[in-house]
Design a protein around this ligand. Structure first.
Ligand code: HPA
Length: 245
């Protein structure tokens, strides 16, 4: 079964035919909210809003372990993570949809493993490819099927937040090779790998990162709202096409 983890701007899937909801308790505490079961296209999927349904949980406070454990528990095998980002690279302006292929993790202090119990052996999971290649390919194919342009591949930098970055920090991320910046794909991606879930991301560029494009002085989210809404509508169409593959 497929799960969609919805980020900012995607706290529900309007094209989802709802079948029910389920509260899942986990050994790691509370997930961000109930799991919503529904039909998208012909497939039954599960949806969870990463920041909670009222968008009240900040990126560093999300219980990533509980979310992924809950999805695994109800029979999910594949996860598509939708997450909004800032565009760093010149070819990734607001409104662009991207399927990233790499991650650089700048977060700190987040619980980032399932293998930290007192009796657990130390496990060093392979993370060379942080996203599941076959799931990325399928997501790109879905975009092609519904004729929605998406960019294939980008290096995603995960910052701690919840504040946005300084212009100098974005310069540094760019020197490191980052092309997008967001706050939520880590530790989500590594926890998915640890628990045995296929995982790929669909990023929605919501704004120019600090100091880039027209964000030289400040980031003006308000001006971009309509653009973001349109991009999220396109992301929903891709998810529906994915279920028809
Ligand atoms: N920085 C970090 N995370 C983000 C941004 C940004 O500019 N936009 C959306 N998520």
């Amino acid at each position: 079964m497929l799960a969609v983890i919805g980020g900012s701007g995607l706290s529900n899937l309007t094209n989802l035919e709802r079948l029910g909801q389920r509260v899942v308790r986990t050994p790691y505490g509370e997930p961000s909210g109930v799991l919503t079961f529904g039909r998208l296209g012909c497939e039954e999927i599960v949806f969870i809003a990463r920041h909670g349904y009222g968008h009240t949980i900040a990126p560093h406070q999300i219980n990533y372990r509980a979310n992924l454990w809950a999805l695994k528990h109800v029979g999910v095998t594949r996860v598509i993570a939708v997450a909004s980002v800032g565009g760093i690279a010149p070819h990734l302006p607001p409104g662009t949809l991207v399927v990233p292929h790499q991650i650089i993790d700048y977060t700190w202090g987040r619980v980032c493993t399932f293998y930290d119990g007192p009796d657990d052996p130390v496990v060093h999971i392979d993370f060379t490819q942080p996203f599941t290649p076959s799931l990325r390919t399928a997501l790109l194919q879905a975009a092609t099927e519904c004729q929605e342009p998406v960019v294939d591949g980008a290096v995603y930098a995960c910052t701690q937040g919840p504040r946005l970055e300084t212009a100098a920090e974005i310069e540094r991320l760019a020197r490191d090779g980052a092309e997008l910046v967001g706050m939520t794909l880590m530790p989500e991606a590594v926890l998915a790998r640890e628990i045995g879930l296929e995982y790929a991301a669909l990023n929605v560029v919501a704004n120019w990162a600090a100091g880039r494009g027209d964000a030289k002085e400040r980031i003006a989210f308000d001006a971009l709202e309509r653009e973001l809404e349109r991009a999220i509508g396109r992301a929903k169409r891709i998810l529906e096409a994915f279920c028809h593959l």
